[in-house]
Design a protein around this ligand. Structure first.
Ligand SMILES: C[S@@+](CC[C@H](N)C(=O)[O-])C[C@H]1O[C@@H](n2cnc3c(N)ncnc32)[C@H](O)[C@@H]1O
Length: 138
């Protein structure tokens, strides 16, 4: 199985990899993020609970790890009440490039931001992380 992991990494995230394609994951399959705005609204409610538990910090982060094309983070920011939205910062952490036309309030990053206060969220991320699960020996 030597070389298996690099091949998987290349197929998913290489320059011509599946997750780099311009149409994004939603061009091929739906997750709860794409199925309905109800999902972003539910996650926004969760963020409100976190805001309360953190005693309403001056800056409230919502970090979406493996953000696809930023659909969830954009939807969460949109679903927040105005007072919370004015303190909220949205971060999309993604290996693919930032899509055109994304809500300008969303910061697009290759790694999670350091030193922020808020909620780190990941939807359908771990099933896309290449992992060595098998080895062949003599
Ligand atoms: C199945 S898609 C899910 C997208 C979105 N979260 C949703 O639920 O619709 C997984 C995403 O995770 C991204 N991803 C995988 N590993 C990553 C990493 N180490 N850092 C950032 N993004 C990653 C992929 O590029 C892909 O867009």
């Amino acid at each position: 199985m030597r070389g298996w992991r690099p091949a998987t990494e290349e197929a998913l995230y290489g320059p011509r990899g599946f997750y780099r394609r311009p149409e994004g994951p939603a061009g091929h399959f739906r997750t709860s993020v794409h199925a309905s705005p109800l999902f972003a609204e539910a996650v926004a409610r969760l963020l409100l609970l976190v805001d309360e538990a953190l005693a309403h910090p001056a800056e409230l982060a919502f970090v979406d790890l493996g953000a696809g094309r930023g659909e969830l983070v954009g939807g969460v920011l949109k679903a927040l009440p105005a007072e919370v939205a004015s303190r909220a910062r949205g971060y999309a952490v993604e290996r693919a490039a930032r899509p055109a036309g994304l809500d300008h309030r969303v910061e697009w990053l290759p790694e999670p931001p350091a030193g922020v206060t808020g909620l780190l969220f990941a939807n359908e991320w771990l099933d896309n992380v290449p992992v060595d699960v098998a080895e062949v020996d003599a």
